[in-house]
Design a protein around this ligand. Sequence first.
Ligand code: C2O
Length: 599
Amino acid sequence: MASTTIPISCIITTANLSSSPHPFPRKHPKISSLNTNAPKRHNTIISCAASSTSNEDGHKNTVPSSSDNISERKLDRRNVLLGLGGLYGAYTVDPFALAAPVPAPDISKCGPATISFSEEKVPYSCCPPFYGPISDYTVPSFTKPNVRPAAHAVSESLSYIKKYKTAIKKMKELPCDDPRNFYQQANVHCAYCNGAYQLAGQAYDIHPSWLFFPFHRWYLYFYERILQSLINDPTFALPYWNWDNPPGMYFPAIFDDDESSPLYDEVRNQEHRGSFTMDLAYTTQDLAAKESQIIKNNLAIMYRQMVTNSPCPSLFFGAALRADGYGPGGSANGTVVNVPHNSVHRWVGDPRTKHNEDMGNFYSAAKDPVFYCHHSNVDRMWTIWKTLGGKRMDITDQDYLNSEFLFYDENKNLVKVKVRDSLDNEKLGYIFQDMPTPWKRFKLTRKRTKPPRSPKSIPAAADVLPATLNKILTFSVARPTTSRTKADKEEMEELLNLGLEYDDTKYIRFDVFLNDDEEVNELELDRAEYASSFANLAHVHERAGDHTPTKTTWSLPITELLEDLGIEGDDKVVVTLVPKCGGRSMNITKAVIKLVACY
Ligand code: C2O
């Protein structure tokens, strides 16, 4: 017989909402149809400070605290290859690297988990109930793939919604110690993300690494199969939150329109329900821009993150993680993991709670059924990214391909899977409903109307930095070379590397513009000058009481921007940083432009 202890996680299903920092309307906003022409509620500004001390999650690019001989040797070699500070997380073919994939976690050593961005322990165990032997998983062969629908497109499909609700209801009703139980499934995420397991002597978290995409793909795969088996319908497929397409840039109605539904979760930001337009780079503050502008900004953000800022696997997937931990550059989020993945988590999380539960903190995120809908679209981004050309291909490093995870399948068997079997979603039996991807054609070529101040009248980075980002900062950065040839550009990426030092206990967002100045129109991101948004968030503290600032280098590819701005011949580039939230906690230490081989 299985253990009779009831995991507390099965009882605590909602966070304590009593510590509301400010009153929230309890009435449900009227749900208009998800039609972009419908009138929308006005997006209002919420003070950044209102909740800025309470919740943080997500990830930073950390500098490793220990350096053994091997990582020092790797450091030397990578400095030569990449230039110090640039693309540290890159996974080169490194003769010094220990060739060892990340093994499946040892469940017998599973311990307490830590709430993301805090020193508090999760008040229940996130460890899986252990039911016996582990077998290697064989992916069944599928004759016809299931089609995961866009969530906004099924809001009228009563039979689909009924199936989905029934399946989740049954999942919630399973005994608490059944690994297929809804809360046990949520705990799978908590265990892999909040340090319940150890890897190379550190709290294990799959997020700021190349394991992000394959882990979540496998996780959804088994979750979906459990749902299928509970309703005896092998054709059931999870919906995806189509936030990259204007009709999907709202909270999906099927999770929101019925408070008694198993798909509903009370622990969400009540302001963002109904027809409130999403800001895909949100941290804590809704922008005072018109809905039409926010939608254009979102398309610009999608284009930048999927195309401009992820020209090669190391930038798209994030830092290499092996059995001996991270390389010398430490952890690093993939481009899309930072924005919009983390920011959408934050946008859904409830500011009335201490840690932005449920969606805004990794330990609790999967207690909200919308988690799986969000991740279904994140998964879709992986599939789409590989069709965008250039070097956008899967990682071929054997340590990556042979890394392993453990999951429970739909029959409660504990199975071991490998990254290599997750690369093709169709082989896992599903594809995505076709939806427009307007961001692909959303080329940011519109330039500011008034020319910015000339680089000559703007101080050099060295004269301005280091500086706190408590106001807009503008400085010029010298380029190593000008007017590069096409072949040259294909071989080397021109990267703007920003040295950041910040308090990771604070929400921080800032936006980067090139060839612009203090008069930048900061609410318009749909312009050639816009490079990217930093909405990077903290992760589990390795050591209690450690409040030393996080130091990292943030690398932005700028080749395409220079072309679009017509300034490829300039020997200096003007960089403008616009703080949107928490800038006082961000120190910009340096800015350099480097040519780096990107792979
Ligand atoms: Cu594993 Cu979106 O988080």
